[in-house]
Design a binder for this molecule. Sequence first.
Ligand code: HEC
Ligand code: HEC
Length: 292
Amino acid sequence: MSWILRESLRPPFARTLTTEFALIVSLALIAGASAFAADERNPFANDPKAAKAGEYEFRINCALCHGLGAHGGGRGPDLTRAHKKHAHSDAEMFDVISNGIPGTVMPANGTNGQGVGMTGEEIWQIITYIRSVEVKASSNSTGNIEHGKKLFYGDANCSLCHTVEGKGGRVGPDLSSVGGSRTREAIIDSVRNPSRRLAWGLTEPTKEFPQEYETISVVTADGKELKGVALNEDNFSVQMMDASEQIYLLEKDKLRSFKKSRESMMPIYKPDLLSDKDLDDMVAFLISVGAK
Ligand code: HEC
Ligand code: HEC
């Protein structure tokens, strides 16, 4: 069913079918659940019951990448942002969820190892859910972009660890797109409470399970203490980068001690260190870059 559903969404295909076969296909479509797909408008818009059902579907099919609550996570962007890159209208969102986004890991419906895929009805329910958690007008920041940029590369030291538009350090994630994929509130939370939700390493989209930015502390055989972020880890070895961007490949059984923690390498920026106003300016800077 889901195959027919997808095909039905491609207008060129539909238009070239002028034979009897087309009639049979369209009759089959009308008879099936995918009758919903022909709709441009969400038949369940603002229906709280449909949002609930959509939330359940979302957890099974989407949360792995888009995070619980659609707040972004593994590899997918935060879908609670009102401003979307591809899926502006409900119809566009239906298309994205049905067909995926070519050239990215965003999968087409039914191709994510979840069996037969979702019906048109279920997709509309998920869209109802996503619309229900969107944070309206959250990027209406009043911050001063120029001042935020100055702080980022200057006094606040963010660029010691983070790159934006090719400039800066590599211990933390590249923040060039964070303003386009996460909400203002989520970015602020990452600065005020870095350990609450650790960022994921997005540098290797082909990796089956992307690595979180966990912190590794080791003591080597000769007594040297090292601390850094985990780049790669298996049962026997760990690859890490310390604050000066030195990369180490260590064999675990040769270490005197090995500790992994979910305490972020990023310092906690309390309001006495970085005022709300300055943070607002910096977020405005990141959002302006992310919107490019
Ligand atoms: C394997 C990871 C993965 C899974 C599973 C996944 N997505 Fe995505 N999704 C992505 C990525 C990555 C993008 C961003 C692609 C890009 O623009 O680079 C994306 C983009 C989107 C967008 C467009 C966002 C925008 O700004 O326009 C929507 C909507 C979306 N996904 C919904 C879903 C839904 C609903 C599900 C579950 C049915 C789902 N995704 C499952 C990875 C995933
Ligand atoms: C000593 C290095 C270091 C400094 C300095 C630092 N960060 Fe971080 N930052 C990290 C690391 C490591 C992570 C990944 C772990 C985590 O999520 O806390 C991170 C994560 C983040 C995230 C989450 C990114 C995501 O994709 O979710 C944001 C946003 C962020 N930092 C912003 C800032 C800003 C703004 C500053 C300056 C005020 C700053 N950082 C200073 C190391 C640093």
